[in-house]
Design a protein around this ligand. Structure first.
Ligand code: PGA
Length: 248
C-alpha cells in the first residue's frame, strides 16, 4: 500500500485527479470505478478542469459507480446518479451509455446485481477504482461485518452511515435504509485502487485501515492485501500515522 500525505484537501484533489488522468491518458479505453460522497467532489472538479483546459478525453472511458441508494429515482437530487451527473458526467465528454450505476429502483434486485457484475466483467474488469472511506471503515456501502467474498448486493445501511449521510437529507428519516453496492470482492478485483480521505474525522479509521488486523468488522482493512493500492490523505486524515511520507 502506497500512502501519500499532502497538506490540504485541494492538494489531495489534484493528486487524486492526476492518478486518474494518468490512467486515462495511458489507456483511453479505461474502465473506471467511481465513488460519491463529499471527498471526491474536488477530484471531479479537477478532472473537469483538466478536460476543459488540457483536453483530457473521456469519450472512450467506461465508468461503474460503487453504489446507489435503494428506491431512489435517478432524477432525485439525493441519488448518486444525480450526484455523478452534477459533479462529473454532464461536465466532461462522456456519453450516458458509457456510465453505469446500480439500478436500485428496479424490482428484481438480484437480477440487477448479477447484471452489474456481468457488465463489469464484460468490459474486462475495473482498471482503476476510486474509493472514499466511511468513519466506520466501509468502502462502497460494504458495512462492518459484510463478507469479504461478496459481489454486488443489497445492503442494509449501518446506523453510523445513516447518521453520517443525514447531512445530505432534510431529516434523518429521509435517509434510505438500503443500498446496492459493489461487494468487497468486486472492489478487490479492480486492478488498481485509489482511496482518498480528508479531515480529522477520518484519522482514526485511516490508522486502523493501514495498521489494524484485516477483518470484516473493518471492511477497508482488506485493502492491505491488494497488490496495487494508493492512499492519498490530507494531513488531518493522516494525523495518527507514524510517518508522514510515502511508505510501502
Ligand atoms: P465522504 O464519504 O466522502 O462523504 O466522507 C465517504 C464514504 O462514506 O465512503
Amino acid at each position: 500500500m502506497k500512502v501519500i500525505v499532502v497538506s490540504s484537501y485541494d492538494e489531495l484533489s489534484i493528486s487524486a485527479a492526476e492518478v486518474i488522468e494518468h490512467q486515462v491518458r495511458v489507456n483511453p479505453f479505461s474502465v473506471l470505478g467511481l465513488a460519491t460522497g463529499s471527498t471526491p467532489i474536488g477530484t471531479y472538479r479537477t478532472l473537469v478542469k483538466k478536460h476543459l483546459e488540457e483536453k483530457l478525453d473521456f469519450s472512450r472511458v467506461t465508468t461503474f459507480n460503487l453504489d446507489e441508494y435503494c428506491n431512489i429515482e435517478p432524477s432525485n437530487p439525493q441519488s448518486y446518479a444525480y450526484f455523478m451527473k452534477e459533479n462529473f458526467f454532464s461536465k466532461v465528454n462522456i456519453a450516458d451509455h458509457m456510465t453505469n450505476l446500480p439500478e436500485s429502483h428496479a424490482e428484481d434486485i438480484e437480477a440487477v446485481c448479477m447484471a452489474y457484475e456481468n457488465k463489469i466483467s464484460s468490459r474486462g474488469g475495473i482498471d482503476l477504482q476510486l474509493l472514499g472511506i466511511g468513519r466506520n471503515g466501509h468502502i462502497g456501502f460494504n458495512e462492518p461485518g459484510d463478507s469479504f467474498k461478496s459481489d454486488t448486493h443489497r445492503i442494509k445501511l449501518d446506523e453510523r452511515t445513516i447518521k453520517d449521510n443525514a447531512r445530505f437529507f432534510k431529516s434523518i428519516d429521509d435517509v434510505p435504509r438500503y443500498a446496492i453496492s459493489m461487494g468487497i470482492k468486486t472492489i478487490f478485483s479492480a486492478k488498481k485502487i485509489l482511496l482518498i480521505a480528508s479531515g480529522v474525522d477520518k484519522a482514526e479509521i485511516i490508522y486502523e485501515m493501514i495498521h489494524g488486523q484485516v477483518r470484516p468488522a473493518v471492511p477497508a482493512t482488506i485493502l492491505q492485501m491488494h497488490p496495487d493500492v494508493t492512499v492519498i490523505l490530507d494531513k488531518d486524515a493522516a494525523a495518527l500515522l507514524e510517518r508522514r511520507r510515502t511508505f510501502n
